[in-house]
Design a protein around this ligand. Structure first.
Ligand SMILES: Cc1ncc(COP(=O)(O)O)c(C=O)c1O
Length: 373
């Protein structure tokens, strides 16, 4: 498999650790290991006593038990841990798709999804496009149905979606699962922003609805612990999980014991972490609304239905690529141009998950003022 450059990561590689004002990030506010361990009395000693040998490819059994509790009807045997969510994406698309197959990919999506698919010779695929409904992002399941072919093997969706903040309702997800079940299609559901829904409807996981669905999640995003690099695939389809585990033998073999330990502690307090991050994002959404109201000639905002990122439109003549490049080089404010998603030129991603959001937005405002935008 020969992969092209991952445009989004290349962009971040350039600026993420040098630009002082991050306004593009898709994760939530992180914390130190000390802060995390303080949530669970007595856990510090366990952390220091972590055995630093190889761990099990499938993940620490106690961690898998904890993860399985998030999926009614699934047990630890239905959980396979990965080194972040990214490893699982690469593993799944490689293992499941071959020349002669057809795949449907929700678009935009994590760019690694379509790059992994492009790297499979002889594979056909179609985008299922999230459309700008003028103020909101929308998808149409009838349109998806029209894309199906007799050889469609996999449908890959990301809901809640990065970058648009669109999320399928439970009714839409059920319809998607029924549609897949009727045709024996595998469903890959990237749910790394689950738990951050803004419409009050808690979303169910695809893996609990359909036996050939795989739900992907990770500590990085809604839980705000990207440095742990602990992700997982949840599915009732043990055969697919077995195949993924064999792929993992070639990539990471296993996760790091200290990270798995910390992930288990975090999940003991998962609801509290989600509540903390939801509060940060909701505060930032209000700050952003006021900011956009002050700049109606510059921005055409697209509020998100879920997750910590929104995909807004620019009203300026210049495209988002130039706007983002100037914001970061002239003012140190990092936004993400939609071009890394191969999106039309006016869109850019803004991340709401960090405590520094308000301060960083002030810097963006200074940049606007200096340029009289
Ligand atoms: C939708 C989606 N899936 C997967 C990933 C990868 O997550 P991780 O960095 O934890 O591997 C990302 C990261 O941005 C993402 O946005």
């Amino acid at each position: 498999m020969k992969l092209r450059d991952f445009a989004l990561e290349c962009y971040f590689e350039r600026y993420e650790f040098t630009a002082p004002y991050l306004l593009a990030q898709s994760d939530c506010e992180a914390m130190t290991a000390r802060e995390l361990l303080a949530l669970e009395p007595g856990s510090e000693a366990g952390y220091l006593d972590c055995w630093l040998g190889y761990t099990e490819t499938w993940g620490d059994p106690a961690l898998r038990e904890r993860i399985a509790a998030l999926y009614p009807g699934l047990g630890p045997e239905h959980i396979l841990c990965f080194h972040g969510a990214q490893e699982a994406i690469l593993a799944y698309l490689n293992v499941m798709l071959d020349a002669g197959d057809h795949a449907i990919l929700m678009t935009p999506n994590c760019p690694s999804v379509w790059e992994a698919v492009r790297a499979i010779p002889g594979l056909a695929w179609d985008p299922w496009t999230i459309r700008d409904g003028g103020g909101r992002w929308t998808v149409d399941l009838d349109e998806l149905e029209g894309l199906l072919r007799p050889n469609t093997k996999v449908i890959a969706v990301n809901s809640p979606n990065n970058p648009t903040g669109l999320t399928l309702t439970n009714a839409q997800l059920r319809r998607l699962c029924d549609l897949c079940r009727d045709r024996g299609i595998y469903l890959f559901c990237d749910e790394v922003y689950k738990g951050l829904e803004w419409d009050g409807e808690a979303r169910v996981a695809a893996a609990t609805l359909y036996e050939k669905a795989l739900s992907l999640n990770v500590m990085s995003k809604s839980y705000g612990l990207a440095g742990l690099r602990v992700g997982w695939a949840a599915s009732k389809d043990r055969e697919t999980l077995q195949r993924l585990a064999r792929f993992k033998h070639y990539t990471s073999i296993c996760d790091a014991a200290p990270a798995e330990y910390l992930a288990r502690i975090a999940l003991l307090h998962g609801d509290a972490l989600l509540a903390r991050n939801r509060a940060i994002i909701q505060g930032n959404m209000q700050t952003a609304d006021a900011f956009f109201a002050r700049h109606p000639a510059v921005f055409d905002p697209r509020p998100m239905d879920a997750g910590p990122v929104a995909f807004h439109a620019l009203r300026l003549d210049m495209g988002a690529e130039e706007f983002c490049r100037r914001a970061v080089t002239e003012q140190g404010v990092l936004l993400l141009p939609g071009s890394v998603y191969e999106a039309p030129p006016q869109y850019f991603r803004m991340g709401y998950g960090r405590r520094s959001f308000g301060e960083n937005l002030n810097q963006l405002e200074l940049f606007l003022r200096k340029n009289k935008f």
